[in-house]
Design a binder for this molecule. Structure first.
Ligand SMILES: [Zn+2]
Length: 92
């Protein structure tokens, strides 16, 4: 499918196309409905690549944040269970 969109890429101003569109059946309370999905990409390959990298980076960051949060929780639990005499080690 080579449908060009009217709005240019907000990142580089190039044209954008629908690279993929597909329909998905979603079950709802009243039955099944069809939902249409579209994937829009920039025709500027460098820009699109950057965008994908950026998105992957953000996903990675989010995942790291999530792990850190879990570690902090675990650490807190551990400290609670430790005797109070033990001095806390400070990390930089
Ligand atoms: Zn672009």
């Amino acid at each position: 499918m080579e449908d060009y969109l009217n709005t240019p890429c907000p990142r580089c101003g190039s044209k954008r196309i629908i690279s993929r569109s597909w329909k998905e059946k979603v079950k709802t309370f009243s039955g099944t409905i069809e939902v249409e999905h579209t994937q829009i990409i920039c025709i500027n390959k460098v820009c699109q690549k950057n965008f994908e990298n950026q998105r992957a980076l953000e996903a990675k960051k989010r995942e790291e944040e999530r792990i850190k949060k879990e570690e902090r929780l675990l650490e807190r639990k551990k400290q609670k269970s430790l005797a109070k005499k033990v001095p806390l080690k400070r990390k930089k």
